[in-house]
Design a protein. Sequence first.
Lengths: 332, 258
Amino acid sequence: MAAVDNSIEAQALVREFKKGPRAVDGIDLRVEGGEIYGFLGPNGAGKSTTVLMLTTLLPPTSGTARVGGFDVVKQGPQVRKAIGAALQEAALDPLLTGREHLRLQTAMHGIRGEERKRRSDQLLERVGLSEAADRKVKGYSGGMKRRLDLALALVHGPRILFLDEPTTGLDVQSRTALWREVGRLAREDGVTVFLTTQYLEEADVLADRVGIIDRGHIVAEGTPERLKAQIARSTVEALPANAEEKGAVAAVLERFGKQTPGFSPGTVAVQLASSDGHLTEIVRALDQEGLRIAHLQIHEPTLDDVFLAKTGRHLEGAGEAAGNLEPEPAPA
Amino acid sequence: MTALALQVASLGRRSVVRTLRQPAAVVFPLLFPVLLLAVNAGGLRAETRLPGFPTDSFLAFALAVPFIQGGLFATGNAGIDLAKDIQTGFLNRLALTPMRGIALLAGELGGVMSLAVVQALFYLAIGLIFGVRLKSGFAGGFVLIALAAVIALGFAAFGAFAALRTGSTEAVNGIFPVFFVFLFISSMNIPRNLMSTTWFRWFATINPVSYLIEGVRSLVISGWNAEALLLAFGIGLGVVVAGFTLAAVSLSERLART
């Protein structure tokens, strides 16, 4: 019996919208079976358009993609059978209850009778919605809606799961609960997870590998540790006590590394030239010049540093700075 | 039950449940046509004294109108539900399942038609309570309900088409008054042969809604009028086929899954 293919693969995948730029501009990626792949990027980077193409909801302009071993253009029904998806914004009917959603979703997948009830109850239990199952969705919190969305994506036991910004707008508790469930799906059930996010922490904590997308291009790819190791240098950020001394502070800090955009307004930041600690020398140099500092901080490398190194911008706010390149892509 | 039948039944059930959980979607289609009927029956009663008027009860004459108005409300119910599904992404959720497009249309329209049957029973009961007796008898009541269901299905299919074409609840709301214009320039308030204004009679004659009304009316005031019934069912089914075809084509474009 042939081994089941749970991988996702894209080659030179492009999606162009009428009167718009290329939302996805020739991306190549490969996600192995059972892996959690974090697709990280700012708003409008092309994440959702990529997901829509990989889930067969949007035909690519060019390039190829295979999901679960099936071509997304030529074998759409087979792809859809293999995947589950929770797309951006939980698309739920506010007038139906959680249980009714599961009843409808199972029916669409041809699951019936006792099996339908058993699976619905099991999934409601799994996502912690058993007690709220008979309440209308319009009374659910954002976290509950996301958990129901996840349960609906799982009714047919998919081998591959697409989650498009699953924790956007959720509180920390709901976010952590969802991370736990997604992690469990991959570790215990061997489900391949393709997760888009604009949260650095989410990609860092959850993903085995991360692809960073910006303006339709994948600008970096690897494990979070490896990507951060490529940068390997800490950043020192200083907030001058006197705003007029910002230039002088920058001149001192530049002795230790290359200036980089600060994380907060009014600050000066440099990426240190080497990984050795320089903080004592920096403090001494600032003191010698008579410069007073209100706040001095050292940042260990993060995925944001990786994004910064590759694009020259911080991830937060990069979508707005670049102009939103990704049109509302939902075809339906 | 086949997979397709299960999908149709589940989507139809959802359509009914959704509507029943929105009191405004249930109450207005029931009350508004009855209120208009009451106003017309009171204000236009003198028409029955016109030479050649087919009945001496204006209520019996006008009872056909609520059935058509109920059908018009079906346009809104079907269209707005589908447009909301498009706007919220619910249609994408369904598109990711093995659901067949025909199941979505059949389920949604089937649900709307079921509610239209309930509405029609309500209008008929109101008529009977206020003394109207069907000239076509008990069997005529069944035919009347069947015709009302066909009419509602036809209008609902056009509502679904508008929703699938535009993806906008505003657009669906926009076509509702257009259909109402067709109702007002029909034979809803006076038989076509008694219309003295030539242009109005001409419009009423080419307006398919007139024949739908006259088919329903014939069962109430004339008995079994084969010509009126054939025209009404023929036009009703024609509207169903046209609306359903347009909606199906729009759905296949809208469900752009590969």
